[in-house]
Design a binder for this molecule. Structure first.
Ligand SMILES: [Zn+2]
Length: 101
């Protein structure tokens, strides 16, 4: 499982949201439930630091090869916005670390 916000491979929290679709133009992604977040993103989300969240996402996953950074940042912000619009107003749930077997 990866962080739905920055793609970091270790997640610690789950934020509940109602299902929604992300229309990327060339592809449609659906988000059918909550979003997983790593420790750092969870802190930024709880602090309401949306700008910090986007910057972290760009740092961890620089994104689409050949795409201008501004565009990737906008896309990232847009995806995060959709999450925040659909986010349920309940505290995040802790995700127990799952040991690979
Ligand atoms: Zn993250």
């Amino acid at each position: 499982m990866i962080c739905d916000f920055c793609t970091f491979p270790v997640v610690a929290w789950r934020f509940e949201a109602t299902p929604f679709g992300l229309d990327y133009g060339h592809a449609i992604a659906t988000s059918d439930s909550g979003w997983a977040a790593c420790e750092e993103c969870a802190e930024l989300i709880l602090a309401g630091d949306r700008g910090g969240l986007v910057e972290r996402a760009l740092r961890i996953s620089p994104g689409i090869p050949g795409a201008p950074e501004d565009e990737v940042r906008e896309l990232q912000r847009w995806a995060h916005d959709l999450f925040f619009i659909h986010r349920l107003d309940i505290p995040p749930a802790r995700i127990e670390a799952v040991m690979p077997c």
